[in-house]
Design a protein around this ligand. Structure first.
Ligand SMILES: [Zn+2]
Length: 100
């Protein structure tokens, strides 16, 4: 599972670096730094939580660029909903990825 955390994410006209770190405060699972194009994930959590957190930070990223201005609870709801749908429909999401 650890290999499933990418070190790079291609963004909108930029490449984001994904880092695992122990430098985040204890309750912080992740953070996106728009200035330096870095997503930091806490290495204190397991890879499933890190992947879900990466989705969360990517929703922040889309929100940032779209100007939707979603509140944190809406970002969390999107994360939870998308991750649940991905788990329930693994083959479908695999097909989407392979078909893109
Ligand atoms: Zn957030």
């Amino acid at each position: 599972m650890k290999d499933s955390i990418p070190t790079k994410i291609i963004g909108f006209g930029e490449t984001l670096t994904v880092e695992l770190t122990d430098a985040l405060s204890s309750e912080t699972l992740g953070h996106i730094d728009y200035t330096n194009q870095v997503i930091r994930l806490s290495e204190q959590y397991n890879s499933k939580t890190q992947l879900s957190t990466l989705i969360h930070e990517l929703i922040h990223y889309v929100d940032h660029f779209s100007g939707m201005g979603l509140e944190e609870n809406k970002i969390e709801a999107m994360e939870n909903g998308l991750v649940a749908l991905m788990k329930l429909n693994k083959q479908f999401f695999k097909n989407i990825i392979e078909g893109l």
